[in-house]
Design a protein around this ligand. Structure first.
Ligand code: GTP
Ligand code: MG
Ligand code: ZN
Length: 361
């Protein structure tokens, strides 16, 4: 393995400089199993864990290494022991979701991805609204989304589904192909060059692992048959995992997503609804809600039939959802500030008591 094939860039080289002087090595997280990490380094694949100090601070900062991260690694003093992860280098891009549980917290699931393949199957009804959600999160991540419509061997004519998906994905390349037969796979070559990182996302059973195996030219990853009636998958892949292509370049397989828990801001929304935002620039009022206002370019486009009304509906829905998310986050931040304030006042009071007793200055 060489670092450039793994996606090492001057960006990381710069950030790594301070660790290089203390004898650390750079490595990339390929897999994580309950605190045990598999890393890819210049010397090959190796196991590692977090130092106690790292774990202590990570709890506080909420920045555990994830698949795709570049880390600084300290070799074990005793040969045969696992190496220790000392630090995570700042991420170039990060794909997040809402952490499980009641709290509104961002959970980074994969980092430093250049391109996201949003994979859907052509065989059953692909959900356009779902694709819009995936795109919003993908744009937010900083990686470039590409839509891959797999299982083209199962449909007679992919033209209509392609057009439908293109309509909800302005500015996003859409490719129909078959991981099974290899038909159309050449279209993916530009994204898979040496040093590039591609993450595959999509529901269970759409063929993410099959596609990776096909691109690798060997059956490295487990794949599983889909249910007969609705072609849903059975969640065969259970771990996020990085795979190296023979020509260099990195693929990241992911478990099938159940629901897309939105983690995005206005930025992701603007990316996914570029068509509406472009139209909105032509509205008479800068704060147009595209509702009843006169001179609304968005409504005009709907009346002229150049914009599907469902697009505006999705946009509004997502906008509301993101506003709600932002509000909850604000609530959480406020609560944290209150707690800090309370702790500080308590601390000051204790200090004062000590001072009163002449025990402290
Ligand atoms: N006909 C056809 N079947 C395919 C194609 N690609 C994948 N499959 C089949 O679809 C099923 C699911 O494929 P997987 O690769 O396991 O799907 P996955 O997206 O990795 O699913 P999870 O790991 O559960 O998220 C398997 O039976 C594959 O053989 C294709 O292009 N054409
Ligand atoms: Mg899989
Ligand atoms: Zn308007």
């Amino acid at each position: 393995m060489d670092l450039l094939s793994l996606g090492w860039t001057p960006h990381f080289q710069d950030r790594f400089a301070e660790y290089a002087t203390s004898g650390c090595l750079p490595a990339r997280v390929a897999r994580e199993d309950r605190g045990q990490y598999t890393l890819f380094a210049a010397s090959g694949s190796l196991g590692a864990h977090l130092t106690g100090a790292y774990r202590f601070h990570a709890e506080e900062r909420d920045d555990y290494p994830v698949v795709g991260d570049w880390v600084a690694l300290r070799r074990a003093a005793v040969a045969g022991d696992p190496a220790a992860i000392v630090a995570v280098l700042p991420r170039r891009t990060q794909f997040s979701r809402m952490a499980a549980g009641k709290e509104t917290v961002e959970q980074v699931v994969v980092a430093n991805v250049d391109t996201v393949f949003l994979v859907t199957g052509l065989d059953h009804d692909y959900d356009l609204r779902r694709i819009e959600r995936y795109l919003t999160v993908a744009w937010e991540s900083g990686a470039d989304p590409v839509i891959v419509m797999n299982k083209a061997d199962l449909v007679r004519d992919p033209v209509a589904p392609l057009a439908a998906v293109e309509a909800v994905a302005p500015g996003v390349p859409v490719h129909a192909l078959s991981a099974e037969t290899g038909q159309g796979l050449e279209a993916l070559a530009p994204y898979l060059r040496r040093g590039q990182t591609v993450a595959l996302l999509g529901s269970s059973g759409v063929g993410k692992s099959t596609l990776i195996n096909r691109l690798l030219g060997e059956d490295l990853l487990a794949t599983g048959a889909v249910r007969q009636d609705d072609s849903r998958g059975r969640h065969t892949t259970t771990h996020r995992e990085m795979v190296l292509l023979p020509q260099g370049g990195v693929l990241i397989d992911n478990p099938g997503m159940r629901a897309v828990q939105l983690w995005a801001t206005d930025e992701g929304l603007s990316g996914a609804f570029d068509d509406i935002e472009a139209l909105a620039a032509g509205c008479r009022y800068a704060d147009c809600h595209h509702d009843q206002e006169p001179g609304c370019a968005v409504r005009q486009a709907i009346e002229a039939g150049t914009l599907a009304p469902e697009r505006l509906h999705s946009y509004r829905k997502m906008e509301r959802e993101l506003a709600y998310l932002a509000e909850r986050q604000d609530g959480r931040a406020r609560q944290k500030r209150r707690e800090q304030g309370r702790r500080f006042r308590q601390y000051s009071k204790e200090r004062q008591t000590l001072r009163d007793r002449g025990l402290s200055r």
